[in-house]
Design a protein around this ligand. Sequence first.
Ligand SMILES: Nc1ncnc2c1ncn2[C@@H]1O[C@H](COP(=O)(O)OP(=O)(O)OP(=O)(O)O)[C@@H](O)[C@H]1O
Ligand SMILES: [Mg+2]
Length: 401
Amino acid sequence: MSSHQSHEAHPIISVNSLWKVFGKKPQIALEEPYRSQSRAELQQELGLVVALRDVSFQVYPGETFVVMGLSGSGKSTLVRCLIGLIEATSGELTVDGDDITTFDARDLREFRRSKMAMVFQNFGLLPHKNVLDNAAYGLEVKGVDRDDRYSVAREMLDKVGLTGWENANQRELSGGMQQRVGLARALAVDPHILLMDEPFSGLDPLIRRQMREELSLLQSEIQKTIIFITHDLDEAITIGDRIAIMRDGEIIQIGTPKEIITQPADDFVKEFTQGISKTKVIDIEHVVSEPDVVFSPTDSHELVRTKMEQANTDYAIGLDPEEQYLGILCRDQLDAAVDHTIHIDSLVDSSIVSVLPDTTLDEALTFLSDQNLPIPVVDESNAFIGVATQPDLLKVVASDL
Ligand SMILES: Nc1ncnc2c1ncn2[C@@H]1O[C@H](COP(=O)(O)OP(=O)(O)OP(=O)(O)O)[C@@H](O)[C@H]1O
Ligand SMILES: [Mg+2]
């Protein structure tokens, strides 16, 4: 989503060696020999469920941190600990510099009102309230007066695309719309951190994808710290700056989408990521090469044609003396230009789109031309970096299949 977070910054959330054990006398599970026993053994021997085992991670301001894992792996338990809905059995939990494990009920209420808001899977809307009142609810609880809370709620409803629906009731809304109201309500309290526990899992695949993209867009505008729970890897890699993969209460790997997919920590992660296309996470700069032929605007038609013939290629890349990218010249175009008074740089094919080096292969593939031309790669100031040829691009796609 946004990758501008700097890891030199202080983490906004710091989780250290967190354990959550459900059952009677949960502390026993943390003592040897039980501590090193598997979840299944502990459940059988002591009747205790280790929902979180020695979990540690940091989240940085503005980051979208995804927690992914199969059902029962401990994802919801983790977010419930984070927002203080349940108490951890052991470990440290620091949010915005405060150790929240020391908070009393009042501190926690204040914490949830100001710092952290949660968006639930089942929307959590109040059925007897209309859209506007639902969106304003968090502010109402905070004691904000009517005019002010309505004004903020309207603004947030607008952000999530629900202007015009203020007076509607929950039953008039689709699942996706209800989820947007939930999101508007969470945003209205202007929390530092948004916790989203499988917020889109109740939605149709199509709406789900749409919501995911909208959240990405919204996030680039609001730049909140988001902890997003999902068991959908596709979702995780589209919206996550980093992903933590959980199994049986433990974090197996934390990494960027690219790291998770290209360097899975073990067979479990590998299996998890198998269905996912590498083209979604690998950037085009990994397949960039130098073009066989470049020309400058002062070159003659003959010279460029000879260079193409010698290199046995059908195109040449035009660069000005400052290495600025001018365009691709196709062999056909050059051959067709019998009138040599036509300046060579007016023959370039302007329909070929150039891309930035951090374009994913997936995006880049949509720019592939049907004339077997490469994709030119340039930096932000249009300085030429290289080309991604069709064969090189297709090799990565094929290795994926
Ligand atoms: N209140 C509870 N009492 C006892 N066991 C619990 C409780 N809450 C969760 N668990 C157990 O802890 C483990 C982790 O549950 P959790 O709900 O955190 O999983 P999850 O990863 O969110 O799963 P899902 O994807 O199905 O939502 C499970 O084995 C669950 O049975
Ligand atoms: Mg859950």
